[in-house]
Design a protein around this ligand. Structure first.
Ligand code: RM4
Ligand code: MN
Ligand code: MN
Length: 382
């Protein structure tokens, strides 16, 4: 920190007290934020991908970029991996382990890609009719086998979490019965989850639409939570900020999940129209703040510890330099989280119980409008 930042931090201490500021610094410094390997490459749209030539092109280069990111920010100690994108053979996995080690980072969540066709086996072009819910039993079986393969990869790399984001869905009302879709998924999701042991976990991500545009198999948190209940305590819900209908109150969903200990993970990104996967906090910093407030309040009320939830950046870098945009998003997350840690919870509760919404909102606004950059600088130094 330079002299100016030290001075600004001292002013914050004077205003908010040493305890509050130090706690915020500690919380920001220890918040784990996972990054995703493919996010270090150039993202694209269905119209095309336009590389600058400078971004990492291979898995090895992307992991090296993740190492650079980790050294610069202190975040990204773990890297989310997707299979088959990040490797298919035993040799690939061994090489991947070596690159991670060299980069000074650890494997994070292991994500099943059930939308990529394989050169051999049943996961061929028929997966356009679904993977775990496909009408053809052989395709469902091969999809479950991919889940089990990801569990083996997870163990080989030393991770303990797999993520199920299901691309399954239909495009027209006659294509598949909702009842068959649900029955098949109950069975196949359970078949994957029952292979997990000890501390191993499966996070189940929901998404309203895409690639299916009529009826997605895990379309909302109700369906995700229902599957988790069916699969048992090793399964938890994963919330992705971009996967809701517009105007959804995501922080309220978070509160309801946290109350039941059902929130397993969180995917950060930002959007206006759909699952736009833009830089986190670039469009809706106030929403990000409210989400962080809900997470912090949940922890203070004794539900789920914030640091135990798997936070991941899940966004695509189509225009800016991927590494820069990942840093930008990380800073936005830290900013929102630091502000949430400055909320005067006692004053807020008092105002709420006194039926004084103006005073309550003033408490939140006070925290939101605080310039927390000195806290971030101190946390980075730590
Ligand atoms: C989905 C979802 C998943 C991600 C895939 C590639 O929209 O957000 O988390 O793994 O995209
Ligand atoms: Mn996601
Ligand atoms: Mn998404």
């Amino acid at each position: 920190m330079d002299a100016r930042q030290e001075k600004e931090l001292a002013l914050l201490v004077e205003k908010l007290g040493k305890k509050t500021v130090n706690a915020a610094v500690r919380k920001v410094a220890t918040l784990p934020v996972e990054v995703l390997s493919w996010g270090f490459g150039r993202g694209g749209t269905r119209f095309g991908t336009y590389p600058s030539g400078k971004e990492p092109g291979t898995v090895a280069q992307r992991i090296a970029a993740a190492g650079k990111f980790h050294k610069r920010t202190g975040k990204g100690a773990t890297v989310a991996l997707h299979f088959p994108w990040d490797g298919t053979t035993a040799k690939d996995i061994a090489a991947l382990a070596g690159w991670l080690k060299k980069a000074g980072v650890r494997p994070g969540t292991i994500n099943l890609n059930l939308f990529s066709m394989r050169p051999t086996g049943a996961l061929d072009a028929r997966i356009r009719f679904g993977s775990l819910t496909n009408p053809v039993a052989a395709v469902r079986k091969a999809s479950v086998a991919h889940g089990l393969e990801c569990i083996r990869i997870m163990r080989k790399l030393g991770s303990d979490t797999i993520v199920l984001w299901l691309p399954d869905g239909t495009n027209s009302p006659g294509q598949m019965s909702f009842f068959d879709q649900a029955d098949r998924l109950d069975e196949t999701a359970k078949a994957i989850c029952k292979e997990l042991r000890g501390r191993e976990k499966m996070l189940i991500e929901y998404k309203l639409f895409e690639p299916g545009f009529y009826a997605t198999a895990i379309q909302d948190y109700a369906r995700s939570r229902e599957l988790c209940r069916l699969c048992g305590p090793k399964a938890k819900v994963l919330v992705d900020l971009g996967h809701h209908p517009k105007c959804t109150n995501v922080e309220q969903i978070i509160a309801h999940l946290v109350r039941d200990g059902d929130l397993g993970g969180f995917h950060f990104n930002d959007s206006i129209y759909a699952d736009d996967d833009l830089a986190t906090g670039s469009l809706h910093p106030a929403q990000l703040f409210r989400i962080c407030c809900t997470l912090v309040e949940g922890e203070l009320r004794g539900y789920q510890k914030v640091n135990r939830i798997a936070f991941m950046i899940d966004q695509s870098h189509n225009i800016k330099d991927p590494l820069d945009e990942m840093v930008e998003s990380t800073v936005n997350i830290e900013t929102a989280y630091a502000k949430a840690r400055l909320v005067d919870w006692d004053a807020l509760k008092k105002a709420q119980d006194a039926c004084d919404p103006s005073a309550a909102d003033a408490v939140l606004r006070d925290a939101f409008l605080t310039d927390v950059r000195p806290i971030l600088a101190k946390a980075r130094e730590t």
